[in-house]
Design a protein. Structure first.
Lengths: 307, 283, 353
């Protein structure tokens, strides 16, 4: 054990200061804490506050104290017709718009992946709409839909079809909103699907081709299952976004005509700031929050998307 | 038999090209149209049938918006709010992303915290806007750019955290471990090894935060009241009134608002898919 | 220069026990190889020395210093990673000089030392390159150079050769052995490759499921395996491990009868015998342990590997390279009982006879 004697004689190497050691030991907390605290402040606080607001009647006059109404605002959800309209409109919009975006995006991605794989600049051009400020998209489509001098009616006229009021028409307003949204967000689906397609392995397709599977069979038996995780993520994100639709409606229709495009976000905005009833607005918000959190949690667990 | 197949193949190919061509036209025309109209005199904007190409181009509306009306100011406000948000979100998001990518936490905590952070981003903004409004009102912060930065951080910070987490997860952990054995602290390894290697991801994340903040509408609509803090989207919306829509002006402003975004978008193309999916799809 | 000592060290990840109650002393200047299959805890053991993992319980000493609470940077160890972990954004020169840079050694002195180390590992012409511009062998040398530039108290090598192709691996193995001899630095080397372990080590610690099954010189480990696991892990081709029953010193498995195992009695026994200790004899040889048809005969170059069925298992033996037997041809098989080992099938331990 001469070895031991030797190293004991050697000077004890430095082991660092206490502060350094403390920082290193707690680094996993120190690095995470700021973000977590900020987000706690910005989400938990509002949620609690909102719950508090939701059980009160809040007068626009700041001098009048809040009046506790218990479940009153929540019970109003059952009877408030406008809320039901908003819920219906948001649901219709979400289902139709997201479905259309998904199908168009997937179709385009399949075409581009199969026939024009090397032309990456096409991808770059096709992605532009989704990056644009929603306000710019909204005014662009407002200009296109303009009943008197809009381009769309000119095209209808040239095709010999009756011109329409589009966003101003009771039956076409929601359709118009959906078209504008589809224009902006199909690229999102398209890009994600294209990324999914690009990462498909080749061997299973070769094996399937040798086994004699048709292109159609390969699509259903290989492409769709392989793409499933990407599809799930894309759908989830788009659905979450569609539920919060606000800008387009605010500019294009303002919720009209005849409440045909009054979506939940817009209704909450109106209740809070036009009818000045923050208590009820908070109750609707909590409802939306509950539905979205429940849906996304269920969806993520279901699709096993975590990590 | 072969010949029929050949013909079919060509037909399929042609219709595929046609479909993509249609998609290109549909994608580009509205953008062209807003740009074209921003260079037309009012009378040409209202022309029936529409003037497909501005025969009589003018910068009148740009002048009106950016010289006579405070659109330059709106733009500056947008920029300040976006830059402020980006600095806060990327700084803390990078640290949190690194922590979640690298460190072990007891039990399921890492998973739970990651998931919770993501879920805050899933929260519809209309939901948190009421309490935030009351909060800013209470602290007399309504109509300030700081309020915008705080509100925008609420949805940019989770985004930055998840993006950076995914970029750090792509880096081999041995590099930082080697640095530690070679004589660095974990924090030093993060600063000197992980961060430089994640620089492309960091830049992309920052640009995404800029884009998201620049484009934001709802929070700004509720928090800002005057040109003191109003952002570009709010300025544009303000020129769409019940009585009159200032088409030329909003087209000019809308087009100007879009240009930096499109440039940014080109810069982050390679990261776009990852950005859109919170790092879930690597693209 | 220092020894490394593990004192009752345990490491758990959640409920999973990676290393259980480890006691081990690596002598000063020793080349110790931790050998075992993946997941046996060998890498975790090494990472605990580096400080990249904390111990769950127990103490680790480097020299006389207990290092449990010492940050990696102060442990004065150097590590070569399986993936080399070269900093992709730094040139070869900066990679090698990184440990010195962190220690704030002036640039000129740094340059001199880098040049010297680079010469030693024959990298002097490549100093300006980035890691991605190097071949696998060159990257390996950069990783080595970065480790030896500051003569640490302990070298830790984590499967450093596993990413090289077979030919280069043999060459680097020799270089590593020479380098360690020259530098005289205590070295812990992790590998799952038993040939690397045999050729490099002063002593080998064979690990399995978080415990050291046997610690000894390569010769001891090879000639005198203490457990069934060690017997099966060491040697290529691997040792025959045939299940059976031992009564009065006679091992029986179906047609296979091996006499001369002392007076041992083991109801569930495993007979271990290396292929070179099983011989092909004439099928009518009275001394044969069994007679059986050839299952397969594979020429490996220096010899022929012949196997026959023994119950449900295969018994293989090394025969002359000119062995001409065909599949299904009857041969006699003789197991050299004095070279065979007996293991208890229950406890997995050696049974002496």
């Amino acid at each position: 054990m001469a070895v031991f004697a030797n190293s004991a004689l050697a000077a004890k190497p430095p082991t660092g200061g206490r502060f350094e050691r403390w920082v290193e030991r707690h680094l996993r907390i120190l690095m995470l804490a700021p973000a977590v605290l900020i987000l706690l402040a910005l989400t938990i606080f509002p949620s609690i506050y909102m719950f508090y607001a939701a059980v009160h009647k809040i007068s626009p006059n700041p001098d009048i104290p809040w009046e506790f109404v218990g479940a009153g605002n929540f019970l109003r959800l059952l009877s408030d017709q406008q809320f039901h309209i908003g819920l219906w409109n948001t649901t219709v919009f979400t289902i139709v718009a997201v479905t259309a975006e998904f199908l168009l995006g997937l179709g385009l991605a399949l075409l581009l992946d199969k026939y024009l794989r090397r032309l990456t600049f096409l991808k770059t051009i096709l992605m532009i709409p989704m990056m644009l400020p929603p306000i710019a998209v909204a005014i662009t489509w407002k200009l296109i839909y303009e009943p008197q001098f809009g381009v769309l009616n000119e095209i209808m006229f040239q095709l010999g079809l009756p011109t329409q009021a589009w966003a101003g028409d009771v039956d076409l307003a929601m359709f118009s909103i959906i078209v504008a949204d589809v224009w902006q967000w199909t690229p999102f689906m398209f890009l994600l699907m294209l990324a999914g397609l690009a990462s498909l392995p080749i061997e299973p397709y070769e094996a399937a081709a040798i086994d004699g599977a048709s292109a159609w069979r390969q699509f259903w038996d290989l492409t769709i299952p392989f793409l499933k995780p990407v599809i799930a993520i894309a759908l989830l994100l788009r659905i979450m976004d569609a539920i919060r639709l606000f800008d387009l409606v605010f500019i294009l229709t303002g919720g009209g005509p005849a409440d045909r495009t009054k979506v939940l976000s817009l209704y909450i905005y109106q209740v809070a700031y036009r009818f000045v009833d923050p208590g009820f607005a908070a109750a609707i918000s909590l409802f939306v929050l509950f539905v979205t959190v429940a849906f996304s949690t269920w969806f993520i667990k279901r699709m096993r998307l975590a990590n | 038999m072969t010949k029929r197949n050949r013909t079919r193949e060509i037909l399929v190919r042609l219709s595929a090209y046609l479909a993509i061509l249609v998609a290109l036209v549909v994608t580009l025309f509205p953008i062209y149209w807003i740009a074209a109209n921003s260079f037309k005199f009012d009378i040409d904007i209202f022309a029936v049938p529409p003037e497909w190409f501005p025969k009589n181009p003018t910068l009148k509306h740009y002048r009106a918006a950016f010289v006579e009306r405070p659109f330059l100011r709106y733009m500056l406000n947008s920029l300040l709010a976006a830059v402020g948000t980006t600095i806060v979100s990327v700084t803390f998001g990078t640290m949190a992303g690194y922590a979640l990518a690298r460190f072990r936490y007891p039990g399921q905590w890492r998973y739970q915290i990651s998931f919770w952070i993501l879920s805050t981003r899933m929260m519809p903004p209309i939901v948190s806007i009421i309490p935030l409004y009351l909060f800013f009102n209470f602290f007399d912060m309504l109509n300030t750019k700081s309020a915008l930065v705080i509100a925008y951080t609420a949805f940019n910070l989770p985004f930055a955290t998840w993006m950076m987490k995914s970029y750090f997860q792509d880096l081999p952990v041995e590099l930082e471990e080697a640095a530690m054995v070679d004589g660095d602290t974990r924090w030093g390894a993060f600063l000197r090894v992980a961060l430089p290697l994640a620089r492309p991801g960091l830049a992309a994340t920052a640009i995404f935060c800029l884009i998201i903040s620049w484009n934001e509408f709802l929070f700004a609509l509720i928090i800002t009241l005057t040109e003191q803090s109003q952002t570009l989207p709010i300025g544009i919306a303000g020129r769409v009134t019940q009585y009159n829509t200032y088409w030329g002006e909003i087209s000019a402003a809308g087009f100007m608002a879009s240009i930096p975004i499109v440039i940014f978008a080109f810069m982050v193309q390679r990261h776009l898919v990852r950005g859109l999916s919170f790092g879930a799809v690597k693209g | 220069m220092a020894s490394v000592r593990f004192d009752n060290v345990t490491k758990k990840f959640g409920a999973f026990v990676a290393v259980a109650n480890l006691n081990l002393e690596v002598q000063d200047k020793e080349f110790l190889v931790l050998l075992g299959p993946s997941g046996c805890g060998k890498t975790t053991t090494m990472r605990m020395v580096a400080g990249l993992e904390e111990t769950t319980s127990g103490d680790i000493y480097i020299g006389a210093d207990r290092v449990n609470d010492v940050l990696p940077k102060y442990r004065d160890v150097a590590m070569v990673f399986q993936s080399y972990a070269l900093y992709p954004h730094l040139s070869v020169e900066d990679n090698i000089g990184y440990p010195l840079k962190i220690r704030k050694i002036p640039a000129s002195e740094r340059q001199r030392q880098v040049a010297e180390v680079a010469r030693r590992v024959e990298l002097e012409t490549l100093l300006d390159r980035l890691p991605k511009e190097l071949s696998g062998g060159q990257r390996q040398r950069v990783a080595l150079a970065r480790a030896i530039i500051r003569t640490p108290r302990v070298f830790l090598l984590d499967e450093p050769l596993s990413n090289l192709d077979a030919k280069l691996r043999v060459q680097m193995r020799a270089e590593l052995k020479h380098l360690q001899h020259e530098l005289q630095v205590t070295t812990i080397y992790v590998t799952h490759d038993q040939i690397e372990a045999m050729t490099l080590a002063h002593r080998v610690a064979v690990m399995n499921k978080g415990v050291i099954e046997q610690l000894g010189t390569p010769k001891e480990i090879y000639n005198n395996p203490r457990t069934l696991f060690v017997a099966g892990f060491i040697g290529s081709p691997p040792m025959n491990l045939i299940d059976g029953e031992v009564k009065n010193g006679v091992f029986v498995n179906g047609a296979l009868k091996v006499k001369g195992l002392g007076r041992a009695n083991v109801p569930r026994a495993v007979l271990g015998v290396r292929p070179e200790d099983v011989h092909v004899v004439a099928s009518r040889d009275y001394g044969a342990s069994m007679t059986a048809p050839i299952y397969s005969a594979e020429l490996t170059g220096e010899s022929t590997l012949v196997s026959v069925r023994a119950g449900r298992q295969l018994l293989s033996m090394r025969a002359d390279k000119n062995f001409a037997g065909q599949i299904d041809q009857q041969i006699g098989v003789k197991v050299a009982a004095d070279r065979a080992f007996l293991f208890d099938g229950e406890s997995q331990n050696r049974v002496d006879f």
